[in-house]
Design a protein around this ligand. Structure first.
Ligand SMILES: C[S@@+](CC[C@H](N)C(=O)[O-])C[C@H]1O[C@@H](n2cnc3c(N)ncnc32)[C@H](O)[C@@H]1O
Length: 300
């Protein structure tokens, strides 16, 4: 393989080789870095993710797949791990050149003949069965090592559902597991844009009624006339708050439901979904408001 690219750098931020293969799990259709062969890639450009374990994993994977002597450009916003890149890469035995511009740190290096510590970083960031959560998870996916408080509240309040439904932005599938505990549920389609979450959810939802799709909820088709939707909608896109994303989830949930179908969702209190709920649904009730979360039941 000639070149790989991890992430989507802003225009003009970094030179991306023509034809570079995308390897970020957040980009639909991307390749999985973990399955690329050792020393098989000529060049890598990595917009490193913000989480420390995830970042070390991605950098270690990039070094693993690069041929000895091949160039790596790794960069990140200074306040989102950029200032730690150089030290991390030096820890892998690399000689690193660094520069800074546009609030980012850029590290340039040639992959050493024998990098050190890659296996440990890859093991630390790999998918694993979490004893605490009792499910497969991976550093970097939403709330990877603990139950999100909002999702926990929704799980607690969710009544047994029935019929055909969807979990929009399913993560590793904790909410979906709860839905599938109801015997009257006949079908559950779970959608998430993060391939790592989808891979974990496929392990975690070993149930013939569940289908897990790697997809963008805003572009999913083939779903209609559902009896229910559950969701903890995202409000970050590419690391920055994007309330429109949550609003889009609310509108799509309404579109997917049959008349009279029910949507259960949880949202951070500060997110103003009420106007969208009022226009997309016939009625909605706040079932819980506390601890920074609102749990809402809406009827189409
Ligand atoms: C707040 S988390 C909820 C995860 C899970 N339902 C839970 O409760 O633990 C939102 C999820 O939506 C996913 N997501 C973000 N944008 C998406 C999109 N456009 N289409 C599908 N999933 C998306 C994220 O990857 C994340 O897993």
């Amino acid at each position: 393989m000639t070149a790989i690219l991890y992430g989507v750098p802003a225009p003009g931020l970094a030179e991306v080789p023509a034809g570079a293969v995308q390897v970020s799990p957040l980009i639909l259709g991307s390749q999985d870095l973990a399955v690329l062969a050792d020393a098989s890639v000529d060049r890598a450009v990595v917009l490193a993710p913000g989480g420390a374990i995830e970042r070390d994993y991605v950098l270690a994977q990039a070094l693993r797949v690069l041929k000895p002597g091949a160039p790596l450009l790794a960069f990140a916003p200074k306040d989102k791990g950029g200032s730690r890149l150089k030290k991390t890469l030096e820890g892998f035995g690399c000689r690193v050149g660094e520069d800074a511009r546009k609030h980012h740190r850029f590290c340039h290096l040639a992959r050493p003949e024998a990098p050190t510590g890659l296996a440990e970083a890859i093991a630390a960031g790999a998918p694993r069965l979490s004893p605490a959560l009792g499910v497969w998870t991976q550093p970097g996916v939403f709330s990877w090592d603990r139950l999100d408080a909002g999702s926990g509240k929704l799980i607690e309040l969710l009544p047994p559902l029935a019929g055909r439904g969807a979990d929009l932005g399913c993560g590793v599938g904790l909410l979906a597991q709860r839905v599938l505990a109801a015997p009257a549920v006949t079908e559950l389609t779970c959608v998430d844009v993060d391939r790592r979450a989808v891979d974990c959810a496929r392990h975690n939802l070993d149930d013939p009624r569940a289908t897990v799709i790697w997809g963008d909820v805003r572009r999913v088709d083939g779903l209609a006339d559902l009896d229910f939707v559950v969701m903890n909608p995202p409000f970050h896109d590419g690391g920055t708050e994007d309330r429109n994303l949550g609003v889009a989830f609310v509108e799509i949930a309404a579109r997917l439901l049959r008349k009279g179908g029910i949507c259960w969702l949880v949202a951070n209190r500060h997110l103003p979904y009420e106007a969208s709920l009022a226009s997309a649904f016939t009625a909605f009730e706040v079932r819980h408001d506390g601890g920074g979360y609102k749990v809402i039941e809406a009827r189409r």
